[in-house]
Design a protein around this ligand. Structure first.
Ligand SMILES: NC(=O)c1ccc[n+]([C@@H]2O[C@H](COP(=O)([O-])OP(=O)(O)OC[C@H]3O[C@@H](n4cnc5c(N)ncnc54)[C@H](O)[C@@H]3O)[C@@H](O)[C@H]2O)c1
Length: 428
C-alpha cells in the first residue's frame, strides 16, 4: 500500500465531485465518469449540482502544487491510481428493488485497471454485503487478482447533504472500514488526512454498510411517524406544528417535521435494507410501513387541498393551481425521485390546471423527467390561482408575494410549515 497514493474517483455526481475536490488538495486525484457531457462541463469548471463553485473547481483543475484533480472519461487514465473510490448511483426499480447495475459496471471498470496492492473503496449506499459479495467477485474476475492477497477493499459511506453549505464533506465525521486490519487502518488514515471532523473506523465492512443504511432508514421512519401525526391532528383540527413545537420543549423529544420524502437517499435506502431482510426470510414491518406512509403524502396533500377548496367555494374543475417547488428538497437543484410530482398529478386528477414554479430546478431536466413545462421566472405566472401549494422551502419563496396571486376563495397550503400562518389555509 503506497505512501503517496494517486486516487481515482469513479462517478462524479453529488457525492463523487466534492470528494474528489477535497482529496485533490492533498493528493493527485483522477475523477472518472461515463457521462461525457458531465465530464466536459466539469473540465470547463461548471458543476450543475452547484455543490462546487467555479473558483473551487478551477483551483484544483489548475493546481499550484503537484496535487490537484484531472477529470476524464478515458478509463486508461485511471490505471496509474492505487486507490479507487466508487461513488456511482444505487437507485431502486419500479418495484422498489435495489438496482446494482451501475455499481457492478464500475467494479468491472476498476477490475480492468487494478494492479497488485491496490485498494477499492465503495462509497455508494448499499445493503450489508454488497462490497464483499457483489463488487469484490466482479473485481477478482476482471482483474485476475486475489482478494485480500493481491488487492484490498473498503467501505466508507458518504453522509453529505446536498445544498447544505455548512455540513460539507470534510466537516462530516466519516465512517471507514477495510477488508483486513492493515487495509482498514490505511483507509482510515487516508480519510483522516482530509476529513477535519475525524473518522470512525468500523470493525468490518458489513458494519459500515449497515450503519449508513440505517441512518437514512431511521430518518425515514421518524418522518413517517410525524406524517402520521399530521394526518391524525388534521382530523382533530389541531395544528401539528404547534404540537411539535410544544413537545420539542422536552429534552429528549426528537425534532422531525412532516413532509414529502423524495430524493435518492431517505426514500430509497430503506428499500435496500428491506430487500436484504426479505432475502433472509424476515418481513421488515416497521421499515416498510414507514415507506408506505411517506409515499402516501403527495396524494394526501392534494386531497386536503381540494377539500379546503370545496369548503371555500373555490373552483376545482378547470381551476388553476400553482405548486411552488419541484426539487426533492430545498435550496438544491436535484429533482430525482421528487414527490412534488405526486401532488401535481393528483391535483391534475381533480381537473385542475397545474403550474409549477421552481427557481432552482432545471427546466429542461424537469421536461425530460416529468413531462412538465416548468416556470422558472415569476413573471410567467398567471395573475391569480385557485390553489397555491408550497411543497419545497426554497429561500426564494420567503420573498414570494403570495398575496398578489390569490383571491377570496383561493386556498394556500403549506406542506413545509414555512410560510407565515396568516396567509395559509392549511399545512401538514
Ligand atoms: N446525493 C446525496 O445526497 C448522497 C448522500 C450520501 C450518499 N449518497 C449515495 O452516493 C451514491 C452516489 O450518489 P450521487 O447522488 O452522487 O449520484 P449522482 O447520480 O449525482 O452521480 C453519480 C455519477 O456516477 C456516474 N456513473 C454512473 N455509472 C458509472 C460508471 N459505471 N462508471 C463511472 N461513472 C458512473 C454518473 O454519470 C454520475 O455522474 C449513491 O449510492 C447515493 O445513494 C448520495
Amino acid at each position: 500500500m503506497k505512501k503517496d497514493p494517486i486516487i481515482a474517483i469513479i462517478g462524479l455526481g453529488y457525492v463523487g465531485l466534492p470528494l474528489a475536490v477535497a482529496f485533490a488538495s492533498k493528493y493527485k486525484v483522477i475523477g472518472f465518469d461515463i457521462n461525457t457531457k458531465r465530464v466536459s462541463e466539469l473540465q470547463a469548471g461548471d458543476d450543475f449540482t452547484l455543490e462546487i463553485s467555479k473558483e473551487e473547481l478551477e483551483a484544483v483543475l489548475n493546481p499550484v502544487n503537484k496535487f490537484g484533480l484531472e477529470i476524464t472519461d478515458d478509463v486508461s487514465k485511471i490505471k496509474e491510481a492505487s486507490i479507487y473510490i466508487i461513488t456511482v448511483p444505487t437507485p431502486t426499480n419500479k418495484y422498489n428493488q435495489p438496482v446494482l447495475i451501475p455499481l457492478e459496471k464500475a467494479s468491472e471498470t476498476v477490475g480492468k485497471v487494478l494492479d497488485k496492492d491496490d485498494i477499492v473503496i465503495i462509497e455508494s449506499t448499499v445493503y450489508p454485503g454488497v462490497t464483499e459479495d457483489v463488487c469484490v467477485p466482479i473485481i477478482e474476475k476482471t482483474s485476475g487478482l486475489e482478494f485480500n492477497k493481491d488487492f484490498y477493499a473498503g467501505y466508507s459511506p458518504e453522509r453529505i447533504n446536498p445544498g447544505d453549505k455548512k455540513h460539507t464533506v470534510t466537516k462530516i465525521l466519516k465512517v471507514t472500514s477495510g477488508s483486513t486490519p492493515e487495509s482498514a487502518k490505511y483507509i482510515d488514515d487516508l480519510y483522516a488526512s482530509i476529513i477535519t471532523a475525524g473518522t470512525h473506523l468500523a470493525p468490518s465492512i458489513k458494519v459500515a454498510e449497515a450503519a449508513k443504511v440505517i441512518e437514512n432508514s431511521q430518518r425515514d421512519i421518524n418522518i413517517a411517524f410525524v406524517n402520521e401525526l399530521s394526518k391524525i391532528f388534521r382530523l382533530l383540527d389541531i395544528d401539528t406544528q404547534d404540537v411539535l413545537d410544544a413537545a420539542a420543549t422536552k429534552w429528549n423529544f426528537l425534532k422531525f417535521t412532516p413532509g414529502l420524502v423524495g430524493g435518492h437517499c431517505i426514500g430509497v435506502d430503506p428499500y435496500y435494507l428491506a430487500q436484504k431482510a426479505i432475502e433472509q426470510g424476515y418481513n421488515p414491518e416497521i421499515i416498510l410501513a414507514g415507506r408506505r406512509m411517506n409515499d402516501s403524502m403527495g396524494s394526501y396533500v392534494s386531497h386536503e387541498v381540494v377539500k379546503l377548496m370545496i369548503k371555500k367555494d373555490g373552483k376545482v374543475k378547470n381551476g388553476n393551481a400553482l405548486v411552488l417547488g419541484i426539487t426533492f428538497k430545498e435550496n438544491c437543484p436535484d429533482i430525482r425521485n421528487s414527490k412534488a410530482i405526486d401532488v401535481i398529478s393528483e391535483l391534475e386528477n381533480y381537473n385542475l390546471n397545474v403550474d409549477v414554479y421552481d427557481p432552482w430546478a432545471n427546466a429542461e431536466e424537469v421536461k425530460k423527467e416529468f413531462g412538465i413545462k416548468l416556470i422558472s421566472n415569476e413573471k410567467d405566472l398567471k395573475p391569480t390561482y385557485d390553489a397555491i401549494v408550497l411543497t419545497v422551502s426554497h429561500q426564494e419563496f420567503l420573498k414570494f408575494k403570495i398575496d398578489n396571486y390569490i383571491s377570496e376563495t383561493s386556498v394556500v397550503f403549506d406542506v413545509k410549515s414555512f410560510l407565515p400562518e396568516d396567509i395559509i389555509d392549511g399545512r401538514l
